[in-house]
Ligand binder design. Structure first.
Ligand code: NDP
Length: 336
C-alpha cells in the first residue's frame, strides 16, 4: 500500500521534503471492517494546518503519520453486513491507495448513476456544504443585498456566490488572474468579478459596491479583508470560514497593528463576525443534500474540477492549491 506521510513540519510554504512516499503491508479487514481502494482524494486548504504542531480544532498530525483526506473509494473486501465489494463510498481514506475502515463509520454510500462520484468531494460534499451552511446560518443574504466572496473560483467560494445569486443577492466575486475572473463573470454569472492581484484592487472593490457590503464570506484574509473592512454596512454579517492567505505565514504581518481599527468597526457598524467549522451545522446536511442535489441536476449550480494525476503528485498539488494554481475543486486521481 503506497501512502504519503508527514516527513517534517513545514516552515512557511511546504516543500517536497516535508512529505515522503512510503510503502506498507496492509492488515486484512477483521469482523466489522472493510478494505477500501481510494480512487479520488480531495486536496483541501485545511490540510496545511494539520501539518503544524499545536492546538487547533482537530489533533495535528505526528511525524510519520499518513496525511488525512476525504476520498471516494470502492469496497474491495467486506467483513461488514451492510457493505459489499463494488460499493462506492465517501470515506476519510487519506493519502494512500487502500485503507481498512470500520464499516460503521462509513456514513455516505455513493450512487455513481445520479451525479459524478467526484462531486462528493466538492460541490456536493464538504466544501459545498460549508458554503451552504455558512450562508444559511450566518451570512443570510437577502434579495438586493451585496455579497462579496474571495477564492471565488474554488469549491467553497463558487458555491457561495451561486447560492447567493439564487437567493437574490448581488454578488461580487474575487479571484486571482484573468482566467478565473472571466469564469466568474461569464460562466457563473456573478455581477462583478475582480482580480485581487490588481495593484488598484481596493479601489476597484470600492467602485464595485456602491451600496456597501452586507455579507462578506471570509475565505482568505490578507489584503482582501483589509479592502473589504471599511466597505461593510451597518449590521453586515461576516461568516469567517477560512484565512488561506495566512496558512503559510511564519510571523505576524508588519505593523501598524490594525486590530483596534477592526474592533472599532465591529462595534460601531454593529457587525456580526462569526467563525465556524462546517461540522457545527451538521444537522443541515440532509437538507443540503436535498436542495443542492436538485440544483445540480437542474444545472442551477455549476462546478469546476482540477485534477492532479497520481498519488505521488499529491504534495505538489497541495503546495500549489495554497498558491492558487488550482482552477476549481482540486482532486487527485489515484486510480488511472
Ligand atoms: P480553493 O479551491 O478556493 O483554494 C484556495 C484558493 O485560495 C486558491 O485557489 C487561491 O485562489 C486563493 N488564495 C490563496 N492565497 C490567496 C491570497 N493571498 N489572497 C486571496 N486569495 C488567495 O479552496 P476551498 O474552496 O476548498 O476553500 C476556501 C476556503 O474555505 C479556505 O480558506 C478553506 O480553508 C476554507 N474552508 C473552511 C471550512 C470550514 O469549515 N470553516 C471548510 C472548507 C473550507 P485565487 O487564485 O483566486 O487567489
Amino acid at each position: 500500500n503506497r501512502r504519503i506521510v508527514l516527513a517534517a513540519r513545514p516552515r512557511g510554504e511546504p516543500v517536497d521534503g516535508d512529505f515522503r512516499l512510503d510503502d506498507e503491508v496492509l492488515p486484512l479487514p477483521r469482523k466489522g471492517q472493510v478494505l477500501l481502494r481510494n480512487h479520488w482524494l480531495s486536496l483541501d486548504p485545511y490540510m496545511r494546518g494539520r501539518m503544524n504542531a499545536g492546538r487547533s480544532y482537530v489533533r495535528p498530525l505526528e511525524i510519520g503519520d499518513t496525511l488525512g483526506g476525504a476520498t471516494v473509494a470502492q469496497v474491495v473486501e467486506s467483513m461488514h453486513p451492510e457493505w459489499a465489494p463494488g460499493d462506492w463510498v465517501l470515506a476519510y481514506g487519506g493519502w494512500q491507495d487502500y485503507v481498512v475502515a470500520e464499516g460503521d463509520t462509513l456514513t455516505r454510500r455513493l450512487d455513481p448513476t445520479t451525479l459524478p462520484l467526484t462531486t462528493a468531494l466538492g460541490v456536493y460534499g464538504m466544501p459545498g456544504f460549508t458554503a451552504y451552511a455558512g450562508l444559511h446560518e450566518i451570512g443570510r443574504p437577502k434579495p438586493g443585498e451585496t455579497l462579496v466572496v474571495a477564492a471565488a473560483s474554488g469549491p467553497v467560494g463558487a458555491t457561495v456566490g451561486q447560492i447567493a445569486k439564487l437567493r437574490g443577492a448581488r454578488v461580487v466575486g474575487i479571484a486571482g488572474g484573468e482566467r478565473k475572473v472571466a469564469h466568474l463573470r461569464d460562466e457563473l454569472g456573478f455581477d462583478v468579478a475582480l482580480d485581487h492581484r490588481a495593484p488598484d484592487f481596493a479601489a476597484q472593490l470600492a467602485a464595485a459596491v456602491p451600496d456597501g457590503i452586507d455579507v462578506y464570506f471570509e475565505n482568505v484574509g490578507g489584503k482582501v479583508f483589509e479592502a473589504v473592512l471599511p466597505l461593510l454596512n451597518d449590521f453586515a454579517r461576516v461568516p469567517v470560514c477560512g484565512l488561506v492567505a495566512h496558512y503559510n505565514d511564519t510571523a505576524p504581518p508588519p505593523g501598524p497593528d490594525r486590530l483596534p481599527q477592526a474592533m472599532g468597526l465591529i462595534l460601531s457598524r454593529h457587525l456580526t463576525v462569526r467563525g465556524f467549522i462546517q461540522s457545527d451545522f451538521i444537522g443541515l446536511y440532509p437538507e443540503f443534500l436535498r436542495e443542492m442535489g436538485a440544483w445540480l441536476r437542474e444545472d442551477r449550480i455549476l462546478y469546476r474540477e482540477d485534477v492532479v494525476d497520481g498519488l505521488e503528485h499529491a504534495p505538489q498539488g497541495l503546495i500549489g492549491l495554497l498558491r492558487g494554481d488550482n482552477f476549481g475543486k482540486r482532486l487527485v486521481r489515484i486510480v488511472p
